[in-house]
Design a protein around this ligand. Structure first.
Ligand SMILES: Nc1ncnc2c1ncn2[C@@H]1O[C@H](COP(=O)(O)OP(=O)(O)OP(=O)(O)O)[C@@H](O)[C@H]1O
Ligand SMILES: [Mg+2]
Length: 351
């Protein structure tokens, strides 16, 4: 074994637990959301159809983890209940979602069959048991495709849907009839607090890192750099541990944490930028086209932009709300005090 291989074993002892997909432990600090989702699925225990739910919140707040955990708990394999997970980022049409469900159920159907045939096979496989389908990243398909997916699946007998997205906007845009049929229980996921992130990191470090190679203070520094995003925090823990090993160190290293922080924050800003709504992105782009400018001027440019594209502009109050959101997402900097007469000064933070 080479020197690097020997030293690589010193800090990380179970690296797969630091990757995004492999963790299947109980989510920490999400008791309220778990209880609410469990209540939606509870009718399944009596053989009845579950209630539809919508889980929403910013990236890395545990939506996918919680939904999978609760579904797996209620629909343990071999039970009288069916649970299926579909990622709508990978499956963006009804046809593809149905294929995703068929693949998960391990039902043999040749790919070329049409939608009705696929529906028939899924009903057969459900065998009239109560079922729940997680539609993760439901905000990714185009609105018309999204509507077709939800409307189609609502027709499956005794089946409930758990829709997951960064906001409720994707569901609010559905046609009135589909929306009222879906009528989901809303379950919000706010960003984690620093102490929650520290607990999640400590739990992960206990399982993935060798004892005595890390200390609570290391995790505190990582948590404060990562913000309220658990994915970002775990990724950073992994990078810092791997870099400390490569350096031949025996513990995590504060200097490395500092080194990775700014780099990490830039990546995080990008992922936050991706999560913005259409009008938030327009506002950011208009601000990015200029140096610092006042809010009044930015709003004037925004109105002009919308008129030029026959877009319905958002109201003045919403505009101010969006500005605060862009500022708390770390993609816009807004001066604390107004500069008369142009309002407060706005400047972009480059992602
Ligand atoms: N409460 C938690 N306990 C333990 N680990 C967690 C918890 N919340 C999130 N994580 C970890 O953080 C990572 C991201 O979580 P998850 O995928 O559930 O976030 P998400 O809200 O679905 O994000 P996105 O909107 O980007 O899809 C996962 O690797 C998961 O293991
Ligand atoms: Mg997710």
């Amino acid at each position: 074994m080479s020197d690097i291989e020997t030293s690589q074993e010193r800090i990380i002892c179970n690296g797969r637990l630091l990757s995004d997909e492999n963790f299947d432990g109980e989510p920490l600090g999400r008791e309220t959301q778990m209880a609410r989702l469990r209540a939606c699925l509870h009718p399944m225990l009596r053989g009845e159809e579950p209630m539809n739910a919508s889980l929403y919140g910013p990236p890395g707040t545990g939506k996918t983890t919680v939904a999978r955990w609760v579904m797996d708990d209620v629909c343990a394999s071999g039970s009288q209940r069916i649970g299926v997970y579909v990622n709508c980022w990978q499956h963006r049409t009804l046809y593809s979602v149905l294929q995703g469900i068929i693949d998960e159920l391990k039902v043999l159907v040749s790919e070329a069959q049409d939608t009705n045939f696929k529906f028939g096979r899924i009903k057969q496989a459900f065998r009239d048991k109560p079922a729940v389908i997680i539609l993760d990243e439901i905000d990714r398909p185009m609105p018309s495709q999204r509507e077709e997916i939800i409307y189609g699946l609502l027709n499956l007998p005794r089946t409930g849907l758990i829709c997951i997205g960064n906001s409720t906007r994707a569901l609010a845009m559905l046609d009135e009839r589909v929306r009222s049929r879906l009528n989901p229980i809303l379950i919000e996921f706010l960003e984690y607090s620093m102490s929650e992130i520290e607990k999640i990191l400590a739990d992960r470090a206990r399982q993935a890192l060798t004892p005595r190679t890390w200390a609570p203070d290391h995790l505190k520094s990582i948590a404060s750099a990562a913000g309220g995003d658990a994915r970002a925090a775990i990724q950073m823990l992994r990078r810092v541990a791997a870099a400390a090993e490569m350096k031949g160190g025996e513990t995590l290293d504060t200097q490395l944490i500092d080194l990775y922080s700014p780099q990490h924050q830039a990546i995080q800003r990008w992922s936050r930028f991706e999560a913005l709504s259409e009008h938030e992105k327009i506002i950011w782009e208009l601000a990015a086209q200029r140096g610092p400018l006042g809010t009044t001027e930015l709003r004037r440019r925004y109105g002009e932009y919308c008129r030029g594209r026959e877009l319905q502009p958002i109201a003045k109050r919403t505009f101010s709300k969006y500005l605060s959101r862009l500022s708390s997402a770390g993609v816009l900097r807004i001066s604390a005090r107004p500069m008369t007469p142009g309002g407060r000064m706005v400047q972009v933070e480059q992602p």
